[in-house]
Design a protein around this ligand. Sequence first.
Ligand code: NAP
Length: 299
Amino acid sequence: MLPFARVAIIGMGLIGSSLARAVRAAMPSVQLVVSDADAAVRERVIQLGLADDVADGAGAAVVDADLVILCVPVGAMAAVAAEIAPELSPDTVVSDVGSVKESVARVLGEGLPGVHVIPAHPVAGTEKSGPDAGFASLFKGRWCIITPPPRADATMVERLAEFWRRLGAKVDLMDAAHHDRVLAVTSHLPHLIAYSIVGTASDLEAVTRGEVIKYSAGGFRDFTRIAASDPVMWRDVFLNNREAVLELLGRFTEDLVALQRAIRWGEGETLEALFTRTRAIRRSIIDEGQDTEKADFGR
Ligand code: NAP
């Protein structure tokens, strides 16, 4: 039996449109109704045939849905919650895919009393945005972290977990605050560093912009992929995971200063020991199937 028969997706960008494609491929009998604030996106979704119905507003899309998934930037969750609240029935599960979980859980919990709010985060994505960027296999073999609130209905949590498993994801359950600390390390800080390095390089005066682009294969280009990620989405991530990111940034800054000292004082052993340790981490990621050996990281 299908975990959910009628699914509504609000926000049809990279993640929402990937979800729609994945649901179509894995559970073709599910009734799929979607919406997006942007009329051009709605039009494109119709052209691509990604859903059974494309509603003009989020409220209309969620009527009679037994699962609603919000795929909008974290900062837009409260507005969407307000829009859909009057249309939901008490049995509806409302979930999301936001990259930050504690603030989203709070906003959805407050905005949607009386329905099953069960936030989640598929740890999968690319630097692209919009409905053309999505693809059905995005979640295959990737982790989806579900962060059930303390009094969540266990049956509904399991149904949501089963939904993600059917899309090919592996599911973990986690406390929302812990999720935010883990993702600050694995995703948020790396993005901040990439944004910072690419910004620094583009501001340099001694090296021309043409040279930065021309010789980018030396490492810079791998940072530019991450630094090309959606500006609105990432603005919201940093504004909503402030504490965890700031704490980690303090630690990172100290470690960077230690490296600065090692370079200044010619401490080659310190540098080599660190670089040997970090190479082993790359090996573990490949061994666990979360990336490939390919030089372009398989993307
Ligand atoms: P995206 O490609 O920019 O798509 C977001 C879509 O939501 C856009 O079409 C946007 O329309 C629409 N939207 C914004 N506010 C809305 C509202 N109030 N009502 C209805 N639609 C609205 O972004 P994305 O990469 O799919 O990210 C969506 C969510 O997934 C975010 O919460 C993000 O944190 C999470 N996530 C992203 C990744 C990733 O790698 N990208 C991975 C995991 C999770 P406009 O263009 O008009 O704003």
